[in-house]
Design a protein around this ligand. Structure first.
Ligand SMILES: *Cc1c(COP(=O)(O)O)cnc(C)c1O
Length: 813
């Protein structure tokens, strides 16, 4: 496209529309959008919104101007060059690079102009998609286009949250219809018990990655169907299940219809687990294998990321509901009894009282599973342990990739840089705070006025100060996040804020789910507090926490506070957004902060242990929160050198910016996913698929044989003795009908204080089984008393992931 000239206004208009639709605009382009509509551009910084709302007459005038068309051509050429530029992914060894990774998520937070997100989960999906584009990792993403998205928030005069559902007019969103080969709008048909429903498809350009969004708002559908994709996280279990059917089943079908051949399918949370089921259904038909065999292939190429730290966070459906919606699909499409399918979502297959758990389904259709921080990996191993009975918790097959944020999205372009000297870095920080304070005053002050039966009622507009230590606290008002911990002693907080020599100001934001009355009451408490005489102008609660507001906050505040109840913050990402901007973190040792914190980079709350919902712990942590703010934090911020620079504070800023920004970036997270998950998953998927899926057939048969014969396995004799400083183990195992190569004998010791768990392979004396028994022997120097060891038999197959795909185990004791 370089050297392109745009001769006509029409051509230029088309190219301009394409540019505006592409999320991921660069600062170089600001002048272009500013020319189109300076007011809307300044308000939204969003090309598509600016173009969609600008005056047609004005735009036509611009397009008639050859110089302006030249500017468009130049930008289009730059975008094209960026699209073609190699990324990190291109540097990976050729044979290893997966050709296509399909990414499924219920929500995406990409831009405030595309409000189809609620919070953290969408943030992870959106930021990782942008990073994948930057790195040129070939990700194609799938989600839903919600007509109303998540609710928008406003407050009543008495500080109650009100939920609003403005309509997302698709013509005003940066999306366009997906067209088929004839140029017609692609429609997917999905057969459900009540008949055929129509699903529409849209596409969003995110840098060089494409996100496909599905919706059911086709006028040909009955009203109940049209409403499936109206709200994110609204409605009942039935609605959620139907959304997940559309996301997973129709989403996978769309990719097939468009000719994608994903080797890896990444499930961002269990919502999309049906994508892997649909994938297996398609493979079953194509290869003429059974569903179990097809699943052996599909799951090898499926990665499941779990995001919750509590069992209540998993979607659970009444089995009747699942059967109601999916019976025909399962019977006809999977050639499987419904009960057998429902068992995939249960801990105990035959337990009819047990609901259908989407996380259980997800782990059973995946070849790799991960949590989103080191601590959350550990917590998830405990949550998923019931599916691996008698396996040590440390061996439950859940790893972790700590989340990260897309730095270019959250960092202010004119921020300070860690390589600058103290005074310069500090002056940038002060400038950012000043802009922030002004922005809050300009944009959000009017929201303090209400019109009610008593006419117009305005609360005093609090003007924050540009030179005061500014604290930020914004998140979902869910009780595990303890958004009221800072309010434990309101008078003490008020004194802290109004301190005559070391004052502070606090900016808050956050929504509580419309069904969460407790969370809503906490918001009302904060609003009441912000209206107290003695804190006026020192506390602001901003309405409608969204991506734009988050960006303003993380760029402006000095200190980001987070007070979750450990270990329920799976990762948390908002604190990462302040890093590049020079903000510091003061947070509970939970989620990412548990691995990021050192005293050089910020402050920590809590003792790094779990205490449940213990009121005494809450009280002690509130005390520590106040104390730290009153002493160390106020001290560091207000201790100035002769040039009025807080050197200790700036030192922390520099350490936090340099060491944490790259480590907690989405770029690092996507690199981790690629090298540790996508590449091995793609390789395993290909091995199972190649050659008419012979390996998958063999593996399915192997697994069935183990399931049938594992019960025959016995320890015939175990002998141990110590000689010459070595421990000698000799074990005879009765294999029954199993073969020598099917199992492995291991010497195992539990983790103890000061000692890790140990697993030592004990070799068989011969490869052949004589009269159904096999003898194993090993002489080994043990690291601890022999009495701490026991022996066990586990499945073994070089191509099977144990225990994920074969969870059998036999212990000596
Ligand atoms: C970053 C972000 C979140 C996630 O923040 P947590 O740290 O997980 O609380 C939620 N909502 C918005 C609008 C965000 O920008």
């Amino acid at each position: 496209m370089s050297g392109m000239t745009l001769q006509t206004a029409e051509q230029a208009g088309e190219v301009l529309t394409g540019l505006a639709l592409g999320l991921g605009a660069t600062g170089e382009e600001d002048a272009l959008w500013n020319a189109i509509d300076p007011a809307i551009w300044a308000e939204t910084h969003n090309p598509w919104t600016t173009l969609a709302r600008a005056s047609r007459v004005h735009v036509r005038g611009l397009l008639a101007d050859a110089a302006f068309r030249g500017k468009i051509a130049e930008i289009a050429a730059a975008r094209e060059a960026a699209r073609r530029a190699p990324g990190w992914f291109d540097g990976l060894p050729e044979g290893k690079r997966p050709g296509c990774i399909a990414y499924f998520s219920m929500e995406y937070m990409l831009s405030e102009s595309l409000p189809i997100y609620s919070g953290g989960l969408g943030n992870v999906a959106g930021d990782q998609l942008k990073a994948a584009s930057d790195l040129n990792v070939p990700v194609v993403a799938v989600g839903l286009l919600f007509a109303q998205g998540y609710f928008r928030q406003e407050f009543t005069p008495d500080g109650q949250q009100r939920a609003l559902y403005p309509f997302n007019d698709p013509s005003q969103l940066p999306v366009r219809p997906v067209l088929d080969e004839n140029g017609d709008w692609l429609r997917l048909a999905l057969d459900v018990p009540a008949g055929t429903i129509w699903i529409r498809a849209w596409q969003v350009q995110v840098g060089r990655a494409t996100l496909y969004l599905l919706d059911t708002n086709d006028p040909a559908n009955p009203s109940s169907v049209r409403c499936i994709t109206t709200q994110l996280y609204g409605g009942d279990a039935g609605l959620r299940l139907r959304q997940e059917i559309v996301l997973g089943i129709a989403g996978w079908r769309l990719l097939m219809r468009l000719g994608y051949q994903p080797e890896v399918c990444h499930l961002n949370e269990g919502h999309a687990a049906l994508a892997a089921v649909e994938r297996a259904r398609v493979l079953r038909l194509e290869l003429g294998v059974s569903f179990r065999e097809a699943l052996m292939i599909a799951r090898a190429g499926t990665v499941f990321t779990t995001h919750t730290a509590v069992p209540a966070g998993f979607d659970r459906f009444p089995p009747g509901l699942v059967a109601g919606y999916l019976a025909e699909y399962v019977i006809a499409g999977l050639d499987m009894p419904v009960e057998e399918f429902i068992a995939l979502g249960r801990e105990t297959p035959g337990n009819e009282a047990e609901p259908f758990n989407m996380a259980w389904l997800a782990i059973r259709v995946s070849g790799a599973v991960n949590g989103v921080s080191a601590l959350h990996g550990e917590v998830s191993r405990a949550l998923f342990a019931p599916l691996f009975p008698r396996w040590p918790e440390a061996e439950v097959p859940v790893g972790h990739v700590t989340n990260g944020v897309h730095v270019a999205t959250w960092a202010a372009p004119d921020r300070g840089r860690p390589e600058q000297d103290d005074a310069t870095l500090w002056s940038h920080r002060c400038a950012a705070r000043t802009r922030f304070v002004r922005k809050i005053a300009d944009q959000h002050a009017s929201r303090q006025c209400f019109i009610g039966e008593g006419g117009l009622e305005c609360f005093p507009v609090p003007a924050l100060r540009p030179d005061v230590l500014t604290l930020g606290f914004a998140r979902r008002f869910a009780s595990y996040k303890r958004p009221d911990l800072l309010l434990t002693d309101p008078d003490r907080l008020a004194r802290l804020l109004a301190d005559p020599t070391r004052p502070m100001q606090l900016v808050l934001a956050g929504k509580a789910h419309p069904a969460d009355v407790v969370g809503q009451a906490l918001i009302t408490r904060w609003i009441a507090f912000s209206r107290r005489e003695d804190v006026l102008g020192r506390v602001v609660f901003l309405a409608d926490y969204d991506m734009e507001l988050a960006r303003i906050l993380v760029r402006g505040v000095d200190l980001w506070i987070n007070t979750p109840r450990r270990p329920w913050e799976a990762c948390g990402t908002s604190g990462m957004k302040v890093l590049a901007n020079g903000g510091l973190n003061f947070s509970e040792l939970d989620g990412w902060w548990a691995e990021a914190f050192t005293p050089e980079v910020g402050w920590a709350l809590g003792d790094g242990k779990e205490h449940g919902e213990d009121p005494a712990t809450d009280a002690a942590e509130a005390e520590a929160l106040y104390h730290m703010l009153e002493t160390e934090i106020a001290g560091a911020f207000y201790a100035r050198d002769t040039e009025n620079v807080p050197t200790a504070w700036v030192k922390r800023m520099r350490a936090s910016m340099t060491s944490l920004t790259p480590a907690f970036s989405a770029e690092r997270a996507v690199q981790d996913y690629t090298t540790r998950y996508y590449i091995p998953a793609a390789a395993r998927y290909r091995r199972r698929l190649d050659g008419g899926a012979q390996e998958a057939r063999d593996l399915a048969a192997w697994r069935d044989r183990l399931a049938a014969q594992w019960g025959d396995l016995r320890f015939a004799a175990v002998s141990r003795n110590d000689a010459d400083g070595l421990h000698h183990v000799a074990v005879t195992v009765e294999l029954g009908r199993l073969e020598a190569g099917d199992v492995r004998l291991e010497l195992y010791a539990d983790p103890r204080s000061g000692a890790e768990a140990e697993v030592i392979d004990v070799p068989a004396v011969s490869k052949t089984v004589s009269s159904g028994a096999l003898r194993y022997e090993l002489s080994v120097a043990l690291k601890r008393p022999a009495s701490e060891y026991t022996v066990r038999v586990v499945p073994f197959h070089s191509e099977v992931m144990v225990p994920l795909e074969a969870n059998f185990i036999l212990w000596e004791h």
